[in-house]
Write a protein that binds this ligand. Structure first.
Ligand code: HAM
Length: 421
């Protein structure tokens, strides 16, 4: 970009999704939607910005997202608003606001859209990124925890993501966390001086968040800290054991990772991630867990919940490239009458679901054919003065060079037939 244009360049941490790439996004989104619907999920869409307090309370005051990463601004009405950094609190708000909890439970929803986090941009980490998110409300049974992990695994398998590993854990409930936090705090206190400034602060605010730290020394030190799985109350222990046994029942391979506390404050019991070594440092393609307290903490009904979100950019980087066959018809004409006949036919064919591109500039036939070739048109429809008189069109197959004349009535069938080949 020239110096002058730099002023209007895309903002750091954001990127354009250009048409060829967008096709891949559409393919992945369509596959995901199909799978989500197979498991009973329905789409819900919420606004891109919400009251800041929604995320402060929902995502959690001690998370990196709320303390460092939110795009928060004051609007012209003096309200503090935030571009959503994640979907989960928005959907809980929407359920309460629209009394969706009165519908037969469990409720299953999915969403696809952009998220915003003021994170340090790097491979796999952006400031505007996209998530596909699913949430289930009103089902306490750990069978649903296993079902969503199975669904996530199915999705990745369907998209031919080969290198993937499922990590699972339980972060317990508020009861089991009391004793755990006390011991964790004591362990962290002993090595306070060696921890980064941020983690030193976390000892007071929420020592669990030390596990989210990306500083190498903090990561190494935290390996020696007690793990939550040793502190689970009988109910949480039973939930976790059953969850694992259901995964075993599906024949799904998984790894128990006792330090998988995930970077959000709301989790209770099950947490999980699917990681891929192909992603580099940001290795989680998706992550989620149970959050049984959020709804009632917001003043809504006492309703359990679980969900996960897939990072689209990371997922797309793992999905193998598949060449998409172009099936459009390119119209080439000679003379104004032929142009008009072409425009009319294109109008009819588009109504029948055939993609048509028509040349508008008066170019030579050779020139138009070479444009069709450059655009990768598999079929070219040629109209000259002769054809206009006879009410016919020539169709040329660009792969074989074969060219034949057809009457207007035959065109639709011929093109439909060739689109299937
Ligand atoms: P999360 O782990 O914060 O969870 O994000 C989920 C996924 O979004 C990550 O695994 C990653 O693939 C992607 N992701 C996160 N941040 C970025 C970024 N800056 N750039 C690119 N990709 C990113 C949640 O958001 C929870 N709401 C998931 C959930 C739903 N838990 C329960 N229900």
């Amino acid at each position: 970009m020239s110096k002058k244009n730099k002023q209007i360049a895309a903002i750091k941490g954001t990127k354009d999704i250009l048409p060829q790439e967008a096709r891949k996004w559409q393919r992945v989104e369509a596959a995901a939607k199909g799978i989500f619907e197979l498991y009973g999920y329905r789409e819900i869409r919420t606004p891109v910005f919400e009251a800041t307090v929604l995320f402060e309370k929902g995502t959690g005051q001690t998370t990196d997202i709320v303390t460092k990463e939110m795009y928060t601004f004051i609007d012209k009405g003096g309200r503090s608003l935030t571009l959503r950094p994640e979907y989960t609190p928005s959907i809980v708000r929407s359920i309460i606001e629209h009394n969706l909890h009165l519908r037969p439970q469990p409720l299953r929803f999915y969403f696809i859209g952009p998220m915003f986090r003021f994170d340090k941009p790097q491979k796999g980490r952006y400031r505007q990124f996209h998530q596909m998110d699913i949430e289930v409300f009103g089902e306490k049974d750990p069978a649903v925890d296993a079902e969503i992990v199975e669904m996530a695994d199915f999705l990745l398998q369907r998209l031919k993501v080969k290198d993937r590993q499922i990590l699972v854990n339980s972060v317990g409930c508020r009861k089991c966390r009391l004793g755990y936090q006390k011991d964790l705090r004591a362990s962290a206190e002993k090595v306070r001086e060696r921890l980064c400034e941020d983690c030193q602060r976390k000892i007071e605010t929420n020592p669990l968040r030390i596990f989210d730290c990306k500083v190498d020394t903090c990561r190494e030190i935290s390996l020696g800290f007690p793990v939550i799985t040793d502190y689970l109350c009988p109910e949480c222990r039973e939930h976790f054991d059953k969850f694992c046994s259901y995964l075993d029942g599906y024949g799904i391979e998984y790894w128990i990772e006792p330090r998988l506390v995930r970077g959000l404050d709301y989790y209770t019991k099950t947490t999980f991630e699917i990681v891929s070594s192909k992603l580099g440092a940001q290795d989680a393609v998706l992550g989620g867990g149970r959050y049984d307290d959020m709804m009632k903490d917001f003043g809504g009904p006492d309703m359990s919940a679980i969900g996960f979100a897939v990072g689209m950019e990371r997922l797309l980087s793992l999905v193998p490239y598949e060449e998409e066959r172009e099936i459009f018809v390119y119209f080439v004409w000679l003379g104004d009458e032929a142009k008009r006949a072409g425009m009319k036919l294109a109008r009819l064919l588009r109504r029948e679901g055939i993609e048509c591109l028509i040349e508008y500039r008066d170019r030579s036939l050779r020139n138009q054919m070479s444009r069709a070739d450059k655009l990768g048109a598999p079929r070219v429809l040629i109209i000259g003065e002769e054809e206009v008189k006879k009410g016919t069109f020539q169709i040329k197959r660009m792969d074989t060079g074969e060219q034949k004349e057809y009457r207007q009535e035959e065109i639709l069938d011929i093109l439909k037939e060739s689109a299937q080949k």
